[in-house]
Design a protein. Structure first.
Length: 397
């Protein structure tokens, strides 16, 4: 369907928590904002495009009687989109792959730093097992390498793909030695999950971590899930954490969000409300990637420069000889956990969603930023290898 934007602007329904939508789309569209969990078929009936996040299920029941021609999700994950149905109806879709990979990597590093500090350990004493070598897993590996932390990767689909190729790139050859089995990953000091949710097939990730896997972990290990709640069987996890000698667990995602299990959240070392990827840069990048996809779909010029969306960088100062203390300056993960767990069970679901709403702009003190959203004070220079690594993190692009 050809649209004449001079005589009739586009009509867009957008998640109210996607930033800069007016700045990006306002010149070509009338925009209606809705809470992501509350977008209805009536809301999108006359819309040309839907801009959403992972909390909106986009399928036949939502779009069947609408004019929607384009769906853009400002997220890496696409399990909330019924892609076969969208494509069968000729509805274009786009996601924002990699938009918040740096944010999630920062979350995991802060989680590890908190755990190390609590247990009086150092980064050079541990090995990190990364399950999933996609955008997030690869970014985390890059950050760990800068910090001098040993790590292993596990990604069965990627491993099979590489094994089937007769010719491999130099990057593939160099990274192949880091790809290990899931069993080997489970022996690492830290196990962190970065896989999409897949419910069928040989490499399905639904309940990848169940009671059997949990019982193989030891008390001195750390398990982190910032991928999808369903990757861990939460019923099994609750049973596991009730017992003594359980590994430490840090969860950013849960089954049945926002109706998460109050006891489970409180048994975790840290629990946060699905905000691992919520930095200022991550959110803005997600909106911008959807904007560019929208422009491609409707043959529109890209009139907004991504660089114009970002504010000035925050100033960072090395405050301690402890790498853990310095890294926790970028993101105070404990504060978010304490805030989530500050309410009683009947109010937890509403509080979970309230914390996610406008999370970036409502952060106490200042918005959470990627490492790239910081710069060292000009008069300061790195004083040792640890601080040099932190300065390198800020230079990542």
């Amino acid at each position: 369907m050809s649209l004449n934007i001079l005589s009739k602007p586009f009509k867009i329904v957008a998640d109210e928590n996607m930033p800069h939508i007016e700045k990006l789309f306002g010149s070509v569209a009338d925009i209606t904002y809705r809470a992501g969990r509350e977008i209805t078929a009536q809301d999108v009936r006359h819309a040309d495009a839907l801009l959403c996040r992972s909390i909106t299920s986009v399928d036949q029941s939502l779009l069947a009687n609408s004019n929607v021609q384009f769906v853009g999700t400002a997220t890496i994950g696409i399990d909330h989109l019924d892609i076969p149905w969208l494509e069968s109806k000729g509805i274009a879709w786009a996601n924002a792959a990699g938009c918040n990979a740096a944010a999630v990597a920062q979350y995991v590093i802060s989680a590890i730093a908190f755990w190390l500090k609590r247990n009086d350990k150092q980064f050079d004493e541990i090995k990190v097992g990364i399950v999933g070598a996609g955008n997030v897993g690869s970014e985390l590996a890059r950050c760990l390498e800068i910090l001098g932390v040993d790590y292993l990767l596990c990604d069965p689909p990627l491993q099979k793909k590489m094994q089937s190729q007769t010719q491999k790139s130099q990057v593939q050859i160099e990274s192949a030695h880091k790809l290990k089995s899931f069993d080997e990953i489970l022996r690492c000091d830290v196990v962190t999950l970065h896989v999409p949710i897949t419910k069928v097939g040989e490499d399905k990730t639904l309940h990848l971590v169940d009671g059997e896997v949990l019982n193989r972990l030891k008390k001195d290990q750390l398990l982190i899930n910032s991928a999808r709640g369903e990757v861990i069987n939460n019923v099994d996890l609750l049973t596991y954490l009730r017992a003594q000698n359980a590994a430490s667990v840090i969860l950013d995602v849960f089954e049945c969000e926002p109706d998460i299990d109050h006891e489970l959240a409180n048994l975790c070392l840290l629990a946060t409300p699905h905000i691992a990827g919520h930095t200022l840069e991550g959110k803005l990048r997600g909106s911008y990637m959807v904007y560019r996809a929208f422009c491609r779909q409707f043959n529109l010029p890209v009139e907004v420069d991504e660089a114009d969306l970002y504010p000035e960088k925050n100033l960072f100062e090395i405050c301690s000889e402890s790498p853990q203390e310095n890294l926790l300056q970028f993101y105070d993960i404990e504060r978010d956990s304490k805030r989530l767990l500050s309410v009683d069970a009947p109010y937890l679901a509403a509080h979970f969603d309230e914390m996610r709403k406008d999370y970036v702009t409502r952060c106490v003190d200042k918005p959470r930023r990627d490492y790239s959203g910081w710069q060292g004070k000009s008069e300061l220079s790195p004083v040792n290898a640890d601080s040099e690594a932190i300065y390198q993190l800020m230079d990542l692009t």
